[in-house]
Ligand binder design. Structure first.
Ligand SMILES: [Zn+2]
Ligand SMILES: [Zn+2]
Length: 356
């Protein structure tokens, strides 16, 4: 039995599009010691593949970071499976706020040196000494009290949604984000700092790092925006998150509030729907309204639109020898945004998508 899925991506997407299976999308992470990551990986792949699970899961000696979907019919069995692994018993699951059952189209489990690309040397500080975890209610209180609220995500994430009054660094990666935040917060070591991200993992690292840097009152949103949205709904709290929560799967976002705070990168109309350019060679992540979607046939530019109309053979010829994206993605960079008139878009290469 193969422990990898080698079927073409487009074929798999087609299969999922027509698959009536109801799935639950979720994410979780846990820092714990894994000695034999390859054996752990192969076991998970075998057992979760058998349950029809899909997703993108990273394993390292330091733990697991998973974004995945589980068929509803196998949900109980999968949760039970977690409980048979002492490291994963009662691990907090962040369940998707909006779900179309098509968040992932295959199961991918990768062994990495770290489960989060943070660029930090963990031996230089205590990664376990994290900040105080805030509930949704405490988050609202902290915002009301005027705490410094920091969005620990990348620019293309905070562009479509963020907390009221949050600082949103224009970072391409989490590594860059940490550096920028450190510069921004210089001299504010005594103030109350609250950080948040999608599901909480980035703040685990960032909060420990900033405590190490001398910050005295470091707080983080427990379970990230996903858990916040659930608590707001369940406890009927005021929602202080505006717009969408960007997610790292096929859905590319979950709506948290009705406000649309971003614009189409091609025509400038209000829009907060991310898309990936239909030209696989480009695959740029950008915001595109329905009108532009129709006009450019889901491409980011006329150039890409021309390419998708080339015969398949010619397209393949163009891609030959080129390094396609893998785990990195091309991301539209709003700071370099110009030339809307012809709908062309400038690109920045290779942003790591290993987050949440
Ligand atoms: Zn548009
Ligand atoms: Zn393109």
């Amino acid at each position: 039995m193969s422990l990898h899925n080698r079927i073409d991506k487009r074929v798999l997407k087609e299969i999922i599009a027509n698959d009536p299976t109801q799935r639950k999308t979720l994410s979780f992470y846990k820092y714990f010691k894994i000695d034999d990551t390859q054996a752990y990986r192969d076991r998970l792949y075998r057992d979760w593949e058998a349950l029809g699970c899909m997703g993108r899961i990273y394993l390292a000696n330091e733990g697991i970071n998973a974004q995945m979907s589980v068929p509803l019919d196998n949900w109980n069995e999968w949760v039970e499976y977690l409980s048979t692994d002492s490291n994963l018993t009662n691990v907090p699951l962040k369940i998707a706020v909006e779900d179309d059952s098509k968040s992932f189209y295959k199961l991918k489990i990768k062994v990495r040196s770290k489960i989060l690309a943070d660029g930090l040397d963990d031996s230089t500080f205590n990664p376990w000494n994290t900040g105080r975890h805030l509930s949704a209610k405490e988050m609202n209180e902290a915002i009301a009290q005027g705490a410094i609220v920091i969005d620990m995500r990348n620019h293309y994430e905070s562009e479509v949604g963020h907390f009221e009054g949050a600082i949103k660094p224009d970072a391409d990666t989490f590594r860059q984000e940490l550096k920028m935040v450190e510069e921004m917060l210089e001299g504010k070591e005594d103030e109350k700092v609250v950080m948040y991200c999608t599901g909480g993992i980035r703040c685990e690292k960032a909060s420990a790092y900033f405590k190490h840097k001398g910050f005295k009152d470091v707080n983080q949103l427990r379970g990230g925006i996903i858990e916040y949205a659930h608590q707001v709904q369940e406890s009927n709290l005021e929602n202080k998150y505006i717009g969408k929560n960007f997610v790292f799967d096929e859905r590319l976002g979950e709506r948290i509030s009705d406000e649309v705070i971003a614009q189409c990168h091609q025509c400038g109309e209000p829009c907060d729907n991310h898309t990936n350019c239909a030209n696989v060679e480009c695959h740029l992540l950008f915001i595109q309204c329905d009108a532009c979607k129709a006009k450019y046939e889901e491409c980011c530019s006329d150039e890409c639109n021309d390419i998708i109309h080339l015969p398949e053979e010619a397209q393949r010829e163009r891609r030959k020898g080129k390094q396609l994206h893998g785990d990195a993605r091309n991301v539209f960079k709003k700071g370099r945004f110009n030339g809307r008139a012809d709908g062309s878009i400038s690109k920045v290469p290779s942003v790591d998508q290993m987050s949440t």
